[in-house]
Write a protein that binds this ligand. Structure first.
Ligand SMILES: NC(=O)c1ccc[n+]([C@@H]2O[C@H](COP(=O)([O-])OP(=O)(O)OC[C@H]3O[C@@H](n4cnc5c(N)ncnc54)[C@H](OP(=O)(O)O)[C@@H]3O)[C@@H](O)[C@H]2O)c1
Length: 263
């Protein structure tokens, strides 16, 4: 696939108030790309915009909208912001996501519903909403941020694993459909990353197993952008992530015993 010069493109990033999303926005804006970004925390989004401006990024290079990505009005507003301020859209990065920790049997249905709303329905519907712009875009791409837990599942994160498996399935199917339209559909899969993710869980019941190996969010963002530039269909971001996914694919029974033993 041809390589993509992100610095010349118009890019929409969700989940930009912290973690990986904020780093994606900073790196893209610094490279010269025009970036539209969003999340719910208005103070964070405004602070990001003013930090970019203080760093010398011209105001015409950035746009933003604040809101809950599960709200169809917010998704429509984002799409029209890209059209009105940038004249269109080339790359959509669906990064916003939430997790929950605890046994399935102790959870109410709302936990499952909330995770599917944010991690599955919202990104998929944002694809639907932005597709007319992407069809007219330059080297267009749809990028869905998954997880290593889209490849193998662990206990006490059943709803989260289910959402990331679902998003990966959607992404694989859409990739084949979009091929003839010349739109790349890309999956990127972080392993544990230093961010606020585990402080902002929808619900936490019991202990959260700490992974001592964490990728800094700026490194995760850099790796994601490298994968998008190269147009790679699917990328697992870290070495430990690659090892786990490889084991899960080639030796699923070994992976099942590791998961049973260590969670
Ligand atoms: N951190 C990890 O270990 C890890 C591992 C694998 C995959 N991932 C994936 O990587 C992505 C980024 O996560 P992160 O680590 O950067 O986590 P994070 O620091 O918690 O950032 C999540 C972002 O999503 C936004 N968000 C959450 N719910 C939203 C909603 N309803 N509407 C709009 N925005 C919403 C948050 O903003 P507001 O709260 O301001 O709305 C925030 O900007 C997620 O898809 C996550 O599943 C993370």
């Amino acid at each position: 696939m041809p390589s993509r010069d992100l610095s010349k493109l118009r890019i929409l990033v969700t989940g930009a108030s912290g973690g990986i999303g904020r780093e994606l926005v900073k790196q893209l804006a610094k490279s010269g790309a025009r970036v539209c970004f969003t999340a719910r925390r208005a103070d964070r989004i405004h602070a990001l915009a003013s930090n970019l401006e203080s760093a010398g990024i011209p105001t015409h290079q950035i746009a933003y909208a604040v809101g809950d990505i599960i709200d169809s009005d917010v998704r429509r507003r984002l799409t029209s912001t890209c059209q009105d301020q940038f004249g269109g859209l080339d790359v959509l990065i669906n990064n916003a996501g939430v997790g929950a920790v605890g046994p399935f049997a102790d959870a109410d249905p709302e936990r499952l519903r909330r995770l599917f709303e944010v991690n599955v329905f919202a990104p998929i519907e944002l694809v639907r909403c932005t597709l007319p712009l992407l069809r007219k875009g330059k080297t267009p791409a749809i990028v869905n941020v998954g997880s290593v837990l889209a490849h193998f599942a662990v206990p006490n994160k059943s709803e989260y694993c289910a959402t990331k498996f679902a998003l990966r399935g959607f992404t694989d199917s859409l990739r084949a459909e979009m091929k003839r339209e010349g739109i790349d559909v890309i999956s990127v899969h972080p392993n544990t990353t230093s961010s606020e993710f585990f402080d902002r869980l929808v619900e936490k019941k019991g202990k959260v197993a700490e992974n001592p190996i964490q990728m800094p969010a700026d490194v995760a963002a850099r790796n994601i952008l490298a994968a998008v530039s190269r147009g790679r269909a699917e990328t697992v971001l870290s070495i430990t992530g690659k090892l786990s996914v490889f084991t899960a694919r080639l030796a699923p029974s070994i992976m099942r015993s590791i998961v049973r033993r260590f969670g």
